[in-house]
Design a protein around this ligand. Structure first.
Ligand code: IPE
Length: 253
């Protein structure tokens, strides 16, 4: 059986979050090359950055139901997904797009149901499923945003991966400007006030939102790592199971 590795690369890495739909093509190509060298078993999730966050905010998707907002936000993240998929293909991987809008239902902003059987079949056949933060139907409020971080946590619960890694634009979870080697829930009150928001427009919670997803996961026994995907070589390193950035672990017992 293939060991599954779940990697999320944040929108702050792949795009310039302050400029509408501005992809960092060189970074995407460099990460695609690192991924192509990592072998099989990968499930990739990417953030939206300036594809999606800006539309979601413009249409007030977090607060109100907007048919136009759903379509425009989804189409925008799909444009980034298409860029990522194409660069992965050119680098030698066999990517396939998986759009959460089409296989996920939320309730109150949280995933209530998500089909993942197709993802397992894809991985078993040597394909790289490429999911992304997206807009999705929400049973309590019509539509909402599902972040890549929430998708990672959900996928990890159903796929039981060997590696869960979140590539961000920071060296990990920073405290006094330095990345922590590891973080657990009991550390949160000490470091809480330092957890900065993301640069540019972000509707899904920046580093704090990320950490909350990963601490819940860690408490259920799945550790993960938050590392800097802007540093060349680190994607390849974490996918090889080596240390980088901050390890998010379960409570001390
Ligand atoms: C957000 O996804 C999705 C939309 C706004 C449509 P993420 O929350 O995973 O994106 P990044 O990584 O913060 O850009």
């Amino acid at each position: 059986m293939t060991v599954i590795k779940i990697l999320k690369v944040g929108g702050s890495v792949l795009t310039d979050k302050t400029r509408l739909e501005s992809a960092r093509i060189e970074t995407i190509e460099r990460i695609a090359a690192e991924i192509a060298r990592c072998g099989t078993g990968l499930v990739l999730v990417h953030g939206a950055g300036s594809f999606g966050h800006i539309h979601a905010k413009e249409y007030g998707l977090a607060e109100s139901f907007s048919p136009e907002g759903i379509l425009e936000t989804h189409r925008s993240v799909v444009r980034l997904n298409d860029l990522v998929v194409e660069r992965l293909r050119r680098a030698g991987s066999s990517p396939v797009p998986v759009h959460p809008l089409s296989c996920t239902v939320l309730r109150g902003g949280r995933i209530e149901a998500m089909e993942t059987e197709q993802v397992v079949e894809m991985v078993d056949r040597g394909l790289v499923p490429v999911l992304h933060g997206d807009v999705a139907m929400d049973r309590s409020k019509g539509a909402g945003i599902v972040s890549g971080d929430q998708l990672v946590a959900h996928l990890a619960r159903s796929l039981l991966p060997g590696i869960v890694a979140l590539g961000t634009a920071a060296d990990g979870v920073l405290f006094n400007g330095e990345p922590l080697a590891e973080v657990r829930r009991e550390d949160l009150s000490r470091i809480g006030s330092e957890l900065g928001a993301s640069a540019g427009v972000d509707v899904t919670g920046g580093m704090r939102g990320k950490l909350e997803e990963l601490l819940d996961l860690a408490d259920e026994g799945v550790s993960s790592v938050i590392f800097n995907a802007e540093r060349a070589g680190l994607v390849e390193r974490v996918l090889a199971g080596k240390r980088a950035g901050t390890l998010v672990e379960g409570r001390r017992i």
